[in-house]
Design a protein around this ligand. Structure first.
Ligand code: HCA
Ligand code: CU
Length: 370
């Protein structure tokens, strides 16, 4: 994978998150922040959902952003017409193809689905918008069924076909197999949409659906930040030159505030401890060469690492580095001595950074006075 595109769905899938309520102003703010970050597409809620959804879709389509504006609609003519009226650049069509959805949701046969799909696609082509066609619950659909459907829509000229792990049950291996098989059947781009019910949402194709912090229906989809963390390792040149990675933290904070949640402590890149090193053995190596224990360089995201010395498992190399930061000069023997004091204190109670700093300072003061 040397290049890929992001279809950012915070303003569609993300609106399906339990806590989400986005007023127009918030949507516009988020859309602008996503655009500034550099995402390729911004996907919006179906304009048929409500009057305000239609208005917001129009408003965002008219902002003149660099990102292409998409809306996500059911595969039927009424929805497609409303999408075009809203002025979007592209339309993401979706229809359920698994037995579950065909029996318990819309009740259509595969023949009916294909017929409707081709009609809707030909209408959208006449309106010059970009078209994506996706099945819903792809991984629990009959593979032969969806492959022949995709073949037909590819021949009809869609820009992308999508596969969706709607219930979050697919493994990376299953994803690889389906995408590879599909690659042999269609010539257009392939988009992936993964739910995170079993913690496997970071794996991908040419176009990947994300949302900020992964917010979405149930426990959401591929988080933009985790995906960036993955891709900065997998495709560093492309990822670093294309996306404004230094804006990630502000973007996440904006969305977290809007939906009233905290950024998880263990979030990739922006979790409060993502670049905190604690054990003495780690700290020593990190200070010598950060790559020893860091697959990601925090600076790439405009962040910095932190070497903790506030615990019983710290080591003297870490303490020496902190002493240097504080401008306290000591010999190695002295550093080892004060490290022992810190460990002794840390065995008794949890220490804060202020505690260890003052242990260092008073130790240094005693040295000067003696
Ligand atoms: C849903 C639909 C969807 C669609 C994905 C897509 C899913 O909200 O139930 O069109 O790419 O997960 O299947 O989000
Ligand atoms: Cu979804």
């Amino acid at each position: 994978v040397n290049s890929y595109k992001i279809i950012e769905s915070t303003l569609r899938e993300g609106e399906q998150f339990a806590n989400s309520f986005f007023d127009t102003e918030t949507k516009v703010k988020i859309a602008k922040a996503l655009d500034s970050f550099g995402v390729d597409y911004i996907e919006l809620t179906n304009p048929c959902s409500s009057e305000q959804s239609f208005q917001d879709c129009k408003t965002i389509s008219n902002l003149g952003l660099k990102a292409k504006i998409l809306t996500h609609v059911r595969c039927h003519m009424g929805d497609a017409k409303r999408a075009v009226e809203a002025g979007v650049d592209g339309v993401d069509l979706v229809i359920g193809t698994s037995r579950y959805l065909r029996e318990y949701s819309h009740g259509k046969s595969m023949e009916m689905i294909q017929k409707t799909a081709l009609e809707v696609i030909s209408y959208l082509q006449s309106q010059n918008v970009e078209i994506r066609f996706s099945s819903e619950d792809s991984f629990r659909s009959d593979l032969v069924d969806i492959l022949s459907l995709y073949k037909a829509v590819d021949r009809a000229g869609v820009h992308r076909v999508g596969i969706a792990d709607t219930v979050g049950g697919a493994t990376p291996r299953m994803t690889y197999d389906v995408v590879r098989t599909l690659r042999g059947v269609v010539g257009c781009d392939i988009e992936c949409h993964f739910h995170d019910d079993t913690g496997c949402s970071v794996a991908g194709a040419t176009h990947v659906d994300t949302s900020v912090l992964g917010i979405g229906e149930r426990n959401g989809i591929t988080p933009l930040g985790a995906f960036m963390a993955r891709m900065v390792v997998t495709a560093p040149e492309y990822t670093k030159s294309k996306y404004n990675l230094k804006e990630l933290k502000a973007l996440e904070t904006l969305v977290a505030d809007a939906v009233e949640i905290n950024i998880p402590f263990n979030n990739p890149v922006t979790g409060f401890c993502a670049f905190t090193h604690k054990a003495g053995i780690h700290a020593k190596a990190i200070l010598a060469n950060p790559s020893t224990y860091e697959i990601l360089d925090p600076e790439v995201f405009g962040l910095s690492r932190y070497v903790s010395i506030n615990s019983r498992i710290t080591g003297w190399n870490a303490v020496r580095s902190r002493a240097e930061q504080l401008g306290l000069s000591m010999t190695d023997e002295q550093v080892k001595e004060v490290t022992a004091k810190i460990k002794q204190m840390a065995d008794i109670r949890p220490l804060a950074i202020d505690d260890t700093d003052s242990i260092l300072r008073s130790f240094h003061l005693e040295l000067q006075q003696s």
